[in-house]
Design a protein around this ligand. Structure first.
Ligand SMILES: [Cu+2]
Length: 614
């Protein structure tokens, strides 16, 4: 428990304290896949030797308030050091892919309009990347952090400075690795953008950021190959614990002999003052698991859904799928005492059979924390859980998800319509693969799509296995119809956008345009597609870039359940990818191979170049 060290400070360094100096390096010409890349070398020597910013840490169990608002937007600098450390999140010690030595990584905070300059130093001994989940990256597609699409992975011992504006976004976001299941091993954290004009700002006194995740005692470098064998007949690996902001419990009698394990992990405590109000920002950062969040005897007022203010409604329990976020207000108006906070992994949404990796997990699905009133004794609660008031394995009901003001811009002429079918199949070796329109996604880790487009590579000539869809109508409305031709539910996430949900279809339903929510849709960036059901969403094609559209179950990503939206390539091609981003493509030995995907890497001799734990 001591790895949650003191919160050092909210980082607030004005840009004048720190000037970015890029040292010019002679121009070299490199060749990737026969195409020349004109490089000026690195510009990322801006790691100031005087270290103008610290590797901050965050105590997620201390209440916080929003940042001070400034008259003008400011630039906020962060330094994230990626390093493997030994930690025991649920009592069981293992290697964790940490950020600044903690898991989840430190909270990134900004105000609406601020610029974030985040220097990521990779000391993982493996390549890495960081994606800023939910940030639109308007004009900075190459800082979206998706290897093979918007950058090549950051090699070990190299830093990349991500530099993007929050523009007009606000709300609850998170960051995580987008490379080879690394976030499942620890590279994840909260990212909050405060809004001076937040209509709910005066309705609460403090806030907590709650990062939920499932947790495995084996690293993904061990887990992934287990399901990548020919004929694998199991489901996704069953976790060992649910974690609430990096803390869980495990019954160590089930741990392998010789492991370092402590069954008596203290439950995380959230302190509240009687009659104060608390905003809880809930983030599901799991590999797989649908969570249910609740606090005994305290109802939740829903106010925000992935950067969109929603009409305030009261719920008892919050179902939250992978990649999703909500804000709720909790009124500490109950008798002074201790109450369970529940971050429950919903077993009903987790398929299992005896061929599944870790099928006989000793997991306790009920992740617990304590809501402790000031003045209450240091005892365990004996509070009673609310009954379910939601539909399991589905997103929060529409009546609790509607925007505060109806968002009508999606009601209009559809300029691009795309049909997408999600399925599973087997490759020629009888290994499981995920198919999007019959293609299993294969990124070119050594030559990101945005690099190709900006050197005038024709979008139509992109490799078939990159699963590209091209959108050319500037300011148009695109409609995606996603048919889920398998029994699993899939939480789909779109990069670079929020989208409007026109319809979520259950098994057996058929699309009927007269039932679409055109006038007052739910707007968000991650939505659950029911098993054998379908989804109709719309988004505005106004953000030139390469944007991933994928299931956020990381095991499905690694099977290829990904496509990329090539948005406004005629505008994008005139933009310039910064040299330090382009340069990343030349560093790793494995990047010199032609086409590489995590999935295909399993059979490659170079696997230990990307995962030192395999
Ligand atoms: Cu999926």
């Amino acid at each position: 428990m001591n790895f949650y060290l003191k919160r050092i400070s909210v980082l607030f360094i004005l840009s004048l304290l720190f000037s970015i100096g890029s040292s010019a390096i002679e121009t070299n010409i490199y060749t990737v896949n026969g195409n020349s890349l004109h490089l000026k070398g690195y510009t990322n020597e801006i790691q100031n030797p005087n270290k103008p910013y610290d590797d901050i840490k965050t105590d997620y169990f201390k209440p916080i308030t929003h940042l001070n608002f400034t008259d003008k937007p400011v630039t906020r600098y962060y330094h994230l050091t990626l390093k493997k450390v030994q930690m025991s999140p649920d009592g069981f010690e293992r290697t964790v892919w940490s950020v600044n030595g903690q898991h989840p990584g430190p909270l990134i905070q900004a105000n609406k309009g601020d610029r974030l300059v985040i220097n990521v130093t990779n000391n993982f001994d493996d390549p890495a990347s960081v994606h800023w989940h939910g940030m639109f990256q308007h004009g900075t597609n190459w800082y979206d952090g998706v290897p093979g699409q918007t950058q090549c992975p950051i090699p070990n011992d190299i830093s990349l400075v991500y530099n993007f504006s929050t523009t007009d976004q606000y709300g609850t976001y998170w960051y995580h690795s987008h490379f080879f299941a690394q976030y499942v091993d620890g590279l994840r954290g909260g990212l909050i953008v405060y809004d001076q004009d937040d209509p709910y700002l005066k309705q609460y006194d403090y806030e907590y950021v709650v990062v939920l995740s499932d947790w495995h005692h084996n690293t993904t470098g061990v887990l992934l190959p287990l399901s990548n064998v020919p004929g694998y007949a199991g489901f996704r690996p069953i976790p060992d614990s649910p974690l609430i902001s990096g803390v869980g419990r495990y019954n160590c009698t089930a741990a392998p002999p010789g492991s370092k394990c402590n069954s008596n992990q203290p439950l995380p405590v959230y302190k509240v003052e009687k009659n104060k109000k608390y905003r809880f920002r809930i983030i599901n950062s799991a590999a797989d698991g649908a969570f249910v969040f609740s606090i005994d005897q305290h109802k939740l007022k829903v106010i925000e859904l992935e950067g969109i203010y929603v009409k305030p409604t009261i719920i008892k329990k919050l179902p939250i799928n992978v990649g999703q976020r909500y804000s709720v207000i909790v009124d500490a108006n109950q008798p002074i005492g201790n109450y369970f906070i529940r971050g429950t992994l919903d077993k009903r949404c987790t398929p299992n059979n005896n061929a599944t990796t870790n099928f006989n997990s000793a997991i306790d699905w009920n992740g617990l924390g304590i809501l402790r009133y000031e003045g209450a004794e240091n005892t365990k609660p004996n509070s009673k859980e609310f009954n379910d008031d939601f539909k399991p394995c589905r997103d929060l009901n529409k009546k609790h998800s509607l925007p505060l003001k109806p968002i009508t811009k999606y009601d209009g002429h559809v300029s691009d319509f795309v049909n997408i079918t999600i399925a599973f199949g087997r490759d020629s070796n009888q290994r499981l693969e995920a198919l999007v329109n019959n293609v299993s996604f294969v990124p070119q880790m050594n030559d990101a799509t945005v690099n190709k487009i900006t050197r005038d590579f024709a979008p139509k000539d992109l490799p078939k296995e990159e699963n590209s869809v091209i959108f050319n109508h500037n300011g148009g409305i695109a409609e995606l119809y996603v048919w889920n031709n398998n029994t699993a539910d899939h939480p789909f996430h779109m990069h670079g956008h929020s989208f409007a949900i026109m319809f979520v279809g259950e098994k057996g339903q058929l699309p009927n345009e007269s039932k679409y929510d055109k006038r007052n849709p739910i707007v968000r960036d991650t939505v659950t597609i029911p098993g054998n059901g379908f989804l109709v969403i719309r988004f505005i094609t106004d953000n030139p870039g390469i944007w991933a559209f994928h299931c956020h179950i990381e095991w499905h990503v690694e099977l290829g359940m990904v496509m990329q939206l090539i948005e406004l390539p005629n505008i994008l091609k005139n933009e310039t990818v910064p040299d330090d981003v382009i340069s990343l493509c030349l560093e790793n030995e494995f990047q010199k191979r032609k086409t590489l995907t995590p999935r295909r890497m399993f059979n490659s001799i170079i696997i230990n170049e990307i995962r030192s734990d395999m």
